[in-house]
Write a protein of this length. Sequence first.
Length: 103
Amino acid sequence: MADRVLQVLSALADPTRLAALRLLWDGEEHCVCELMRRLGASQSRMSRHMAVLKLAGLVIDRRDAQWVRYRRHPELAEPLAVLVDAAIAAMAEGGNVQLREAA
């Protein structure tokens, strides 16, 4: 479990990944196109970030035609979910990453 915690903490260390998790933590699926638009990231950059989050076990994906849709991993261990919740709360208080308005 210690290795998994370190992997999650590493994934949370990037502001774009943390902002993506903040969006995904609503329990809904979000396509890469929405994440790109809301976070101001290119497709390749967003895909790399999402690969890190998936490797850390924080999100799962589903292919839908040409898009990939991501959502919070439904079987995420509670201690890891608590880490993510704390990081999202800290980001919200600090306000260091601005999400773009949804069109």
